[in-house]
Ligand binder design. Structure first.
Ligand code: IMP
Length: 198
């Protein structure tokens, strides 16, 4: 096994929604967020999810001299040619709140009929064993759905209130935590990663 139980792994994110989901799925390892280890955030300059995940994980591994995990995720909307994509967290501007991003998405799709509101969440997770790791572990999950015309539900974070989940007939923000983890892009990617770590 590459990673022993209770191995400390730095998570290159300070988003508490993500940390909870990641720790719940990688129960064997001790996940420490980079903010607790004074890791400066790196600029997400990539134009793909995988580039940004690599930038973040390598930066955290370099600063901590520990294995480091980064996820880069976002929402890809067909009617918007893939936007917000890697700009999901910043769709309404740098530092935008979830509510502002959701409002911007509803506005951009205002004239788009239900049948053309297909979208998917993507999550790429990268694990560097050390900063110079030439073969980081890479996993990707995809969760298909559709963008609602108004927010529904109070769970989750980000675009969850606007993401209709066909197999559950509700919004992602209406799903219990465990159900979301079983279906979501991040859950899929983490289970793939856990398998690669064996
Ligand atoms: P990242 O932190 O650069 O990966 O940005 C991810 C952004 O994509 C988040 O800030 C959310 O806006 C959105 N996002 C990613 N995963 C989810 C999810 O599971 N639910 C809702 N929004 C998500």
């Amino acid at each position: 096994m590459l990673f022993s139980p209770s191995q400390k792994i730095v998570l290159a994110s300070n988003n508490s929604g993500k940390i909870n989901e990641i720790q719940a799925l990688l129960q064997q390892q001790l996940i420490v967020k980079q903010g607790d280890l004074q890791v400066p955030e790196v600029e997400e300059t990539g134009s793909t999810f995988v580039e940004n995940a690599i930038l973040k994980a390598r930066n955290a591994a370099q600063h901590c001299q520990l294995p480091a995990l980064a996820d880069d995720s976002g929402l890809v909307v067909d009617a918007l040619q893939g936007a917000p994509g890697v700009w999901s967290a910043r769709y309404a501007g740098v530092g935008a709140t979830d509510a502002q991003n959701n409002a911007a998405l509803l506005k951009a799709l205002a004239e788009v009929p239900e049948a053309e509101r297909s979208a998917r969440f993507i999550c790429v997770i990268v694990l560097f064993r050390h900063a110079l790791d030439p073969t980081p572990l890479i996993a990707q999950g995809v969760w298909e759905g559709r963008i609602l015309t108004a927010a529904q539900g109070n769970n989750g974070f980000g675009y969850d209130p606007l993401f209709w989940v066909p197999e559950q007939q509700c919004a992602s923000a209406e799903l219990p935590f465990a159900v979301k983890n079983a279906l979501s892009h991040r859950g899929q990617a983490l289970r793939q990663l856990a398998a690669l770590m064996q």
